[in-house]
Design a protein around this ligand. Structure first.
Ligand code: AMP
Ligand code: ZN
Length: 470
């Protein structure tokens, strides 16, 4: 059977294209990371999980992946935060860097190969500015250095925001200008009072926001690499400016495929603190939501569609996770049958090719999940009937392992979970809560789950205690 090709919608060409890496079997990927002035919100995390599914899909298609995700630890927001808190930039950003890694781990994101921090790459950034000056793309004004977009004919090719002749020489210093107007942008900001600054060969100051991604991607992935991603808000001006900086300096194509995730909205509206609909992962965990259900929900909608986050949707994701876990558990606990029951190897094979084709189709996670649920339904039907043979079980194990490598939404396996006291503590606490509210059905379900993990719970006058079965 012919293998399906991996296809991506490339923002640059506005077309679905077959992915071809520059190096054989090696995909190099740059993903714009968090600005570490606060906890990541679930919109940010949606984009980061799209990138997680992207890297795992590349692996599914046989690529080794080198992913770089930058940590923006110097920009207007981090500087303001540090100054309001009366601490250094590092002191201010360190805890948010740590929280970011924690959140990503909680959501089971595979770690990237590199997490460069902007402030660790000042020499590479100033060197890039020197190259741009030498190539005639940069000019100085009042102690700062700007990029002259009229010197780069390709400006606007990604976003379609072309420079207007009457705005020639118009400049912006601020980092996010959403006016959809092309402007000369700041590469290097001259030193100002109350702002961190570095003494460098191009003068004292600090980098503009866009510079770091050009300098760090080129340092860690080379002048040209395969895929560059971010949220749609990154297309203009951030990615447009990165292209101008990198291609202006090297004359080479910067990245060949540009993928952008649509935004997450909450209950149909843009997230805003003032609307009370702004959530970090921690907010949702504090309300008792399961990180696995959050992961499920965030990856379930294909990345080029807006994701409308609702609590109904989260509840449905919870149920989907539970359904998956139940079927896997049921399969594990039912002995192999002699015959194949209803489920033949063809069904498993059909799942495999549909799953792969769905992800190859510009990461269509909705289709991939639908295929998984179909297979699980077939497994249940077969178990209700004649059962499933040992041979088909082997096929199923391989199919589930493939699905899990990309989606990572299966419950921890008994052996993993048994070594994880935290998970047990959580279940024991949940069971206590269920008993308190006289939800004995739930309490018994949890006791059964704990038993599967090899854990015995005893209710004593001092509360529940647990131990592992010897
Ligand atoms: P930031 O921390 O603001 O630099 O953003 C980190 C990443 O999250 C970037 O790739 C943004 O494009 C993305 N992002 C920001 N807001 C949203 C949102 N509401 N939904 C999805 N992605 C977002
Ligand atoms: Zn970036």
């Amino acid at each position: 059977m012919e293998e399906t090709a991996l296809r991506f919608f490339n923002t640059m060409t506005r077309k679905l294209e077959i992915f071809e890496s520059q190096e054989v079997d090696h995909a190099r990927l740059y993903t714009c990371g968090p600005t570490v002035y606060n906890y990541a919100h679930i919109g940010n995390l949606r984009t980061f999980l799209f990138e997680d599914v992207l890297r795992r899909t590349l692996q599914l298609f046989g690529y080794r992946v080198t992913q770089v995700m930058n940590l923006t630890d110097i920009d207007d927001k981090t500087i303001l935060g540090a100054s309001q808190a009366g601490v250094t930039l590092r002191e201010f950003t360190d805890p948010f860097v740590e929280a970011f890694f924690e959140d990503m781990k909680t959501l089971r994101a595979q770690p990237a190969e590199h997490y460069p921090r902007a402030t660790d790459f000042i020499p590479q950034m100033t060197e890039l500015v020197q190259r741009l000056e030498a190539e005639g793309h940069a000019y100085r004004s009042e102690g700062s250095i700007y990029y002259s977009i009229s010197t780069f004919p390709g400006y606007g090719k990604l976003s379609g925001v072309r420079p207007e002749a009457n705005l020639a020489g118009a400049r912006v210093d601020s980092e996010e200008y959403e006016k959809e107007n092309a402007r000369d942008f700041v590469l290097w900001k001259g030193a100002r009072e109350n702002e961190p600054s570095w003494d460098t060969p191009i003068g004292p100051g600090r980098p503009g926001w866009h510079l770091e991604c050009s300098a760090m991607s080129m340092a860690l992935l080379g002048d040209s690499f395969d895929i560059h991603t971010g949220g749609t808000d990154n297309i203009f001006p951030h990615h447009e400016n990165e292209i101008a900086q990198s291609e202006g300096a090297t004359g080479k194509i910067f990245a060949r495929y540009w993928l952008h995730a649509e935004h997450l909205i909450v209950e149909g509206e843009k997230m805003a603190k003032s609307k009370g609909n702004f959530f970090t992962l921690r907010d949702l965990l504090d309300r008792g939501h399961d990180p696995l259900a959050i992961r499920y929900l965030l990856i379930s909608v294909p990345y080029r569609q807006k994701l409308n986050f609702t609590f109904d949707g989260l509840h449905a994701a919870d149920q989907a996770i539970e359904r998956i876990a139940n079927t896997l558990r049921r399969l594990q606990h039912s002995p192999p049958s002699d015959g194949d029951g209803d489920l033949g190897a063809e069904a498993v094979e059909a799942f495999g090719s549909e799953f792969r084709d769905a992800l190859g189709d510009d990461l269509n996670t909705a289709r991939a999940l639908a295929a998984l649920h179909t297979l699980l339904r077939q497994v249940n039907t077969a178990l209700d009937g004649g059962g499933i043979s040992a041979a088909v079980r082997d096929e199923l194990d391989a199919a589930f392992a493939m699905a899990d490598n990309v989606l990572d939404i299966f419950p921890p396996s008994a052996s993993d979970a048994a070594s994880d006291d935290e998970e047990i503590e959580r279940l024991v606490a949940e069971r206590c809560e269920a008993r308190k509210t006289r939800d004995f059905k739930r309490a018994d379900e949890i006791r059964d789950r704990l038993a599967e993990l090899g854990v015995v719970v005893e209710d004593t006058p001092h509360g529940a205690v647990w131990h592992r079965k010897s």
